[in-house]
Ligand binder design. Structure first.
Ligand code: HEC
Length: 130
């Protein structure tokens, strides 16, 4: 028994080394949310091209916002100053998203608005995506 107890911490530390860290699992969730966001954006482009109703586009823009709000809360970066900086990028993004969401995407300007949305995604990607 004493021998087992002595072994146990070793086993435990071995287990920890192979278990994903909290940061890793948060990053996985973050990437899932980003992929979901991209799907919503692709659907928005379809909506616009097929001239689907205003409510459809608004619903998807809300889904983009919801996904990215969750991503923001994850603070998955190991370096805390990066999380704080990313938080500011999210803040700016949400202000732009509000402006974009207040426009009528179904009035013929939808593709131009969609390009603007993509541009705003790329501002943060330019700074933080490897
Ligand atoms: C405030 C920052 C920020 C905003 C805003 C943002 N992203 Fe991202 N996104 C990131 C970061 C950082 C990564 C890379 C994460 C990594 O690899 O650790 C990423 C990765 C991605 C990926 C790749 C996911 C994967 O599995 O590799 C997609 C797709 C994506 N974002 C889509 C979008 C779309 C679409 C928007 C806009 C509607 C958007 N993102 C807005 C920060 C942001």
């Amino acid at each position: 028994m004493p021998r087992l107890r002595r072994l146990f911490p070793i086993l435990l530390s071995g287990a920890c080394a192979s278990t994903p860290t909290d940061f890793d699992s948060r990053r996985t969730r973050y990437l899932d949310l980003m992929e979901g966001t991209e799907s919503h954006c692709n659907e928005i482009l379809e909506d616009v091209k097929l001239r689907r109703g205003k409510e459809t586009v608004q619903g998807r823009l809300s889904a983009v916002q919801k996904n990215l709000e969750e991503a923001r809360q994850l603070r998955y970066r190991r370096v805390e100053t990066e999380n704080s900086e990313m938080d500011e990028y999210f803040e700016t993004f949400f202000l732009k998203l509000d402006q974009l969401a207040s426009q009528d995407w179904t009035a013929g300007e939808g593709e131009r608005l969609w390009d603007k949305l993509q541009f705003n995604c790329s501002i943060c990607h330019g700074r933080f995506r490897d």
